[in-house]
Design a protein around this ligand. Sequence first.
Ligand code: AMP
Ligand code: MN
Ligand code: MN
Ligand code: MN
Length: 287
Amino acid sequence: MPQNYLNADLHCHSVVSDGTLTPEQLAQRAAARGVDLWALTDHDEVGGQHRAAAAANAAGIAYLTGTEISVTFADSTVHIVGLGFDADNAALTQGLYDTRHGRGPRAREMARQLEQAGIGGAYEGALRYAGNPELISRTHFARYLVEAGVCSDTYDVFRHYLTEGKPGYVGHTWASLKDAMQWITGAGGLAVIAHPARYDFSANLEYALFSEFKQLGGEGVEVVTGSHRPHEYQTYAGIAKEFGLAASRGSDFHSPEESQIDLGELPPLPSQLTPVWELLHERIQRP
Ligand code: AMP
Ligand code: MN
Ligand code: MN
Ligand code: MN
């Protein structure tokens, strides 16, 4: 480990979105696994932020506020992580509320497609996992399909259902990149492109995403994430340097049963990159 090494994990999900642990359970798990600086980044939600910060500090670790915003860019879904913002900012909370709003009707359409594929009860089943129609995501449907015995695990689900061209996939228009960036930066936060290797963009479109992101005030990109394969760390380290972006690190942990990478477990960022947390000193909530 490099000197002054900080085990930062700045991407994960709680029951406030599509994770299975509470913010308090995650804080304790992060602390127990050696995380020094943690952020909870629920999808389009900041409802867990005060609990997460309090639990992190109680467990002796530092905290940054976080969220992962669903964005539509060039007809595809892109995720933008916001870090270090004021979680009570009105424009941010309203923007996230509006972004979540379409999830209920989308879920009904997903269930209708699954019904046609011979799988009944999916809306009610997914809702039982989500607790609230506004929060229903594909992850909750995936849990129901496992419970119903349709698939053996959630990885199997995403191979046969819920992805483009498969039953239960319903395209959706999320926030615009411009709005999402404005909500994050307007609330004093720093915007990060989440898991860039996961998007099916041509080289031209990927360049357009990074250029537009940078122009809109974006400052970071996830390089080491549980959603990247190790060879992709180097690719995005290069892109971070090319675009003058700081680098982030996060497990994208959702559940002890479902996630292959646990909190705090990833390798360090490649050297010569500026970690995003160096740009966020004043926003870190310390115990
Ligand atoms: P949604 O926001 O409803 O489209 O759901 C997206 C969530 O589904 C992601 O945050 C992941 O948790 C999960 N997900 C999507 N695609 C996959 C996949 N191929 N494998 C595992 N999880 C996935
Ligand atoms: Mn998720
Ligand atoms: Mn994501
Ligand atoms: Mn995520």
